[in-house]
Design a binder for this molecule. Sequence first.
Ligand code: CP
Length: 318
Amino acid sequence: MIQVSSPPAPAASETSAWQQRHLLDVDSLDRSAATRCLDLAVQMRDLRERGERLNALSGHVVGLAFAEPSTRTRVSFEIAASSLGADVVELPIAASSVSKGESLTDTIRTLERTGIGTIVMRHGRSGAPYLAARSAGARIVNAGDGTHAHPTQALLDALTLRDALGGLEGRSIAIVGDIGHSRVARSNLHLLTTMGATVRIAGPPAWVNAFRGWEGVSVHHRLEEALDGADAVMALRVQLERNAGGGVPTLREYTRAWGLTEKRMRHARPDAPILHPGPTNEGVELTASLAACQKSLIGLQVTNGVAVRMAVLALLAP
Ligand code: CP
């Protein structure tokens, strides 16, 4: 049970822990479990804004094991864990005994024996957190694995969209760009459709065609078609580090065909918010002026990341 040091304490139904030990992807969450997380995140955000202390993870050690670069996710997990009263340790995977041939499984077991109770893991290989969870006594939180999943990003995106649109049921969200290499997109497709939204994905055929047949998801090869009347629009980075270059001849050609501009955004609803999980490449997937305009929620996404990660850590707490 989450303990909050001063009122208003969340209702018991909102603070009872999830049944699951790990958060590997959002496909393990039904609408009620996801809603509980988003509602708790709102309460966490309010408490933080009032500067109130929380002690839900007092005496618990959270390890941050990031084997890939990260700014937003790593820092917000660190702030989230320490805001809940946990001790936080950084686990520099590149400098660990993995470089001497120790397996991921052995590394996780070793970390557990030091008393680490929750391991937040980012890994370049899809599925690595699943392997860790199979042998782990510790709770594993997937902070992004290869091209596969990024569950806390999807949760913070859902919270940001729910706040902006007043709800997700029946809303139409356009996601544009490198869907094929994007763990963010994959988790968002699961969560947004679970929450009752429909998702239009748009991009070069090599990046979107594999998603044909997903329930609640439509695939578009013309950007304007995907944007037409959309309630919100999310742009994605072209993931050159994951061989995304195969989808388009050059970034310049990508921008010409798929980059979000003020003119193209006129196809969406006039008040449609603009999201991007970051890091953004302004001038490639969207213009710098769109990223900074009043309809841009990119900064809010980052802020919501702390509250959502607090909620996730608290809901998984022993
Ligand atoms: N959106 C996201 O995962 O950003 P970072 O890579 O900076 O954590």
